[in-house]
Design a binder for this molecule. Sequence first.
Ligand code: SF4
Length: 472
Amino acid sequence: MKFSTELDDDKLHEECGVFGVFLNDPARDAASLAYYGLLSLQHRGQESAGIAAARDGTIECRKGMGLVGDVFNADTVAQLKGSAAVGHVRYSTAGGSCVENAQPFVSRFKLGSIAVAHNGTLTNADVVRELLEDAGIGFTSSSDSEVIVNLIAKNYKKGLEKALTDTIKFIKGSYALVVLTGDAMVAARDPNGIRPLCLGKVDGGWILASESCAIDAVDGEFVRDIEPGELILINKDGVLSFSFSEKTPRAVCSFEYVYFARPDSIIDKVDVYGSRIRAGEILGRESAVSADLVVGVPDSGVPAAIGYGRATGTLFGLGIVKSKYVGRTFIAPDQAVREKAVSVKHNVICREVRGKRVVIIDDSIVRGTTSRRLVSILRKAGAREVHIRVCSPPVRFPCYFGIDTPHRKDLISNENSVSELCKSLGADSLAFISVAGLLESLDANEENSYCLGCFTGEYPIPVSGEEERVRG
Ligand code: SF4
């Protein structure tokens, strides 16, 4: 019997979610808030989870493979004592799926201990790793995040602030970082702000999180996004902010809004749900087709289908149902069964689509396997026509900033024109939102600009080669 990840292979994958909590009262424990925060960030990574907590200058960490609820229970959370904690959920590429790469990473050294939770990918990780190895520093994992923790530890004798700013000036790429020390918590976001990170308040303390939905989950109050190139230091005296880089153009990952983030999150002042509705409206304006019904591919396609329906006057319905209980790992005895596996994850409500001209709205097409199967099961259920509309432009290029992308040859839009792809998927018509349309849905302007690298091949930071790396 084989374990397959095929059911989710047709999506790009977020790599990580980070969460931090700092309570002013040293008698309170922070780990349970971190646990709930991580539960609400579970969509950002399902392969491993971890929490580190600090008490009296000592950091204890527990981490393991699996979902947050698999790694932790009430007893294990209660064992993590201390009024400050950082947590992490991680998705990984196949080669990097091991507990050594689970986070937070903890480093214990003469002057103290630190724990680091990181979301992103460093574009110069190999160079930094080599320099550290030359200096006699050993590594236990292949993760970029351990590079960061070791670099901070190496500089720690200069004092925490200096160690962090020196580290941050040295590393390149995308990072949303939360660092826990014995008596403080620090956050940093890369100069382009590629990965999201925000600050919240909770009764008697502060929260840092990849997405605002995690602040809501612990009944906190959203304060603001961490700015690109900003470092935040939280300790018993409050919150201090520093800017560590020249102002560079903001390049927030546009895919966060298309697919990764939860619809109830607000990232850099743009609400994710609203941007998906707008993307559907724009798709309707750009590529309307005569139809009886529009349905969204759950989950992220649904708001866009509502928007498309509004813009075109097409009836919106729930024609496709997704099982919420199929995890990433799916036991498939053989290839033939795997080919049919779409009906395990997605099924069609036959009476809703029978005899109708149906438009399906999906957030993206990566390999094309899901779209092909959806067209097939919709036709089998009696749909008269099946039209596909996609609320992101064709994905043609890999991501180097923390998102697991298939090799370029496996990105179906890299190999095929839209009409070839339409034919290969068996659809009656196919259209993608334009790049300008996506930017419009995100309220882009000079201040609010986005990374579009996987659509256009133009990246906000220079990248070299397509080497495979285990990301944070
Ligand atoms: S390349 Fe694509 S997935 Fe990667 S950060 Fe840019 S927009 Fe996001």
